[in-house]
Design a protein around this ligand. Sequence first.
Ligand code: CP
Length: 331
Amino acid sequence: MSPSPSTTAHSLPPAGAWTRKDLVGIENLSPQEITLLLDTAAAFKEVGTREIKKVPALRGKTLVNFFVEASTRTRTSFELAAFRLSADVVNISASGSSLSKGETLKDTAKNLEALHADMIVLRHSSAGASQFLAERLQSSIINAGDGAHEHPTQALLDTFTIREKLGRIQGLHVAIVGDILFSRVARSNIHALLKLGARVTLVGPSTLVPRTFEKLGVTVTHDLQSVLAEADVFNLLRIQHERQRKEYFPSLGEYTALFGLTKARAEQLKPSALIMHPGPINRGVEIDSDIADSSRSVILDQVTNGLAVRMAVLYLCSTAAHHKHPSPSQP
Ligand code: CP
């Protein structure tokens, strides 16, 4: 049985409104569900300020961190989030697993479930991999990034950070700059920000920011200068060389000249504007090194908030899965 919220963290909002055993994306969430995730993360952030940074919410549960693609921030923070919730954690990577011997993703995941994995956190290069498993397993599936499709916990930690720093999302103007075409971070952020009432402008070369994105309800521009003094938030994205099969711009130097956040450009921003980046940063390409390390950058706050957000996701999905699939020993 799940411990009552009062034994886990102060001021947790009621989890009853959350009914999903999985988190595969932001696109299908309601604004109320996103707000519940952010409010739950705010309550869990307090746990990180305690001397003993641990609560018993997921005691007896097992989480498998299954990362078929590389990760520093997401994998580590899911592992720490599970530790802080008192879950047991196992880490698996592609090279050390039987995926490298030809076992299918479904067979691998079914075997993890047979080992009583209550939750599987999956990062995979194929769009839809998490949805595929969520439809076939009783275990909770949490998407830690699937191809260029979605990275829901990144969008949640980004919106959490904006709300924490600026007090709201509604009515803000957020510029997302860079390689949008290949970015799961951009897609999840667009969905979250629009659902919470922000205005979104996508900025970058026409090859990486095609006008077709306007169908989502965002503005597209290929002129960074046009938004410098306007936007409340600049979220700078890395060029995703690993997903590009051809050159989308002449050179990195030219990209930086047109779309990099240089010192000169940073001086034109609103004094209150936030500078964000999901990491990993390519210093000197999408952002000047001094700007990345400046007091107006919230890049490391994003990383810190990722821990509380991932605690909230694990807690809510685990609670919903528990109610949907009560253990046989229960009356
Ligand atoms: N932002 C992000 O997903 O970073 P990692 O690839 O290091 O997890």
